[in-house]
Write a protein that binds this ligand. Structure first.
Ligand SMILES: [Zn+2]
Length: 398
């Protein structure tokens, strides 16, 4: 049972670190290789840090979580010489923890974890042996039971609908972050670009008298479930998820606002959803994801009341951007089943500001003048929506 303990607990190799600097991975001394039917992962870090190994299933994956470690810039798949590794990602899962996730072509489980401390560095060797689906499932489930204990419940509060008598509460949700960089354009990541945009927008909304919050304020990973929970905990009047994705079709350009639908019809939404799902899967968030049939029914009921308000919000935002920047997608309004739009009581819109894959969009999206105009458009849109929405709330009350 020693392997099990090793794979479940944090290995505290150093007393509470005095050093504030983050450990770094040495790529030259790290590798992933096939060894007599097994897969062997060797990671060498600049100093000892606590770490743990997590089994994930469907698809078969292994995550190595490292505290106080910076994995930025790591090209994980470049380390791999294994024929069994089919995908991988590495990055922050919260401001102080990095995670590295490998996806395999078949189930593997941890056979042994060995550590060594060569000249103040930490070497971790994880040996994996092929297993059955059932064995991997059993190990993954045991961990999920443990993590549930620590998972914060999502409160189901009754929110008082905004009626103009108090400042509007806005949850801004910069997409991606950390282990999930989003779309890429050279050295620029969607996660970085959008975070800067969201922070500027937050300031603008606050100056206009609104209360504005962010689901993340740095380059770290936040699960889709957590983003939704944050909007609910903040009792936000609305949630605006911000993105600038890439499309295979380079001609795709302009801003586009999504509201939720059960059935995603258009091809692009399906692509975007697949990308979000890949990010969620590779970050290993399914560790805590749990669904409950009764909760689903309640969520559907609430969504039924929220959806018209979300649609009005999306229309307002597209109108605001039309008036200020004018660079809209050929179909600026669409519906998709993005998880982040599932905050049942909170009207939610996912805004694709533009496409990093389109050269004109890339130029606009990185231009501070364009950004400022787009932010003004969003501010005007939120003000207009809040006014109409409050009038409706007052009417419904009578
Ligand atoms: Zn995105």
């Amino acid at each position: 049972m020693r392997w099990l303990l090793l794979s479940l607990i944090w290995l505290l190799l150093a007393p509470v670190a005095v050093a504030q600097d983050l450990a770094r991975l040495n790529p030259a001394l790290s590798k992933i290789i096939d060894q007599k039917g097994q897969v062997e992962i060797t990671l060498t870090l600049s100093r000892p840090v606590p770490f743990r190994v997590i089994h994930l299933q469907k698809p078969p994956r292994l995550a190595v979580e490292l505290q106080s470690t910076d994995l930025s810039g790591l090209q994980l798949l470049d380390l791999s010489r294994s024929d069994h590794v089919v995908d991988g990602a590495a990055g922050l899962v919260d401001p102080k923890t990095s995670r590295l996730v490998l996806q395999f072509d078949r189930p593997f489980v941890v056979e042994a974890v060995r550590t060594a401390l060569p000249s103040e560095a930490l070497r971790v060797v994880v040996a994996l042996r092929p297993s059955s689906e059932a064995e991997l499932a059993e190990r993954a489930l045991r961990q999920a039971d443990q993590s549930k204990v620590n998972a914060a419940p999502i409160p189901s509060q009754t929110l008082s609908r905004q009626d103009g008598s108090r400042p509007l509460r806005v949850m801004l949700d910069p997409g991606h972050g950390g282990i999930d960089p989003g779309a890429l354009a050279g050295d620029l990541t969607e996660a970085q670009l959008i975070l800067g945009f969201a922070k500027d927008l937050q300031r603008l909304l606050q100056e206009a008298g609104m209360e504005a919050f962010l689901t993340r304020d740095g380059d770290y990973y936040v699960s889709l479930e957590r983003r939704v929970a944050l909007a609910q905990q903040a009792q936000a009047d609305l949630m605006l998820s911000l993105h600038a994705d890439a499309a295979d079709d380079e001609s795709a350009s302009g801003s586009k606002a999504y509201t939720i639908s059960e059935e995603a019809s258009d091809r692009l939404s399906k692509l975007l959803i697949r990308r979000q799902e890949r990010a969620a899967m590779l970050s290993g968030v399914d560790l805590t994801a749990q669904d409950d049939a009764v909760a689903d029914v309640l969520v559907d009921l609430a969504r039924h009341n929220t959806l018209p308000r979300s649609r009005a919000l999306a229309d307002a935002i597209i109108g605001g951007l039309q008036a200020t920047v004018g660079d809209l997608h050929s179909r600026p309004r669409s519906e998709a089943s993005f998880s982040v739009l599932k905050a049942a009581e909170v009207p939610s819109v996912l805004l694709e500001l533009g496409f990093l894959s389109n050269p004109n969009d890339l130029e606009r999206l990185t231009d501070p003048v364009w950004q400022g105009r787009a932010q003004q458009g969003i501010l005007k849109a939120l003000q207009a929506w809040a006014k109409d929405d409050a009038a409706e709330a007052v009417k419904l009350r009578r």
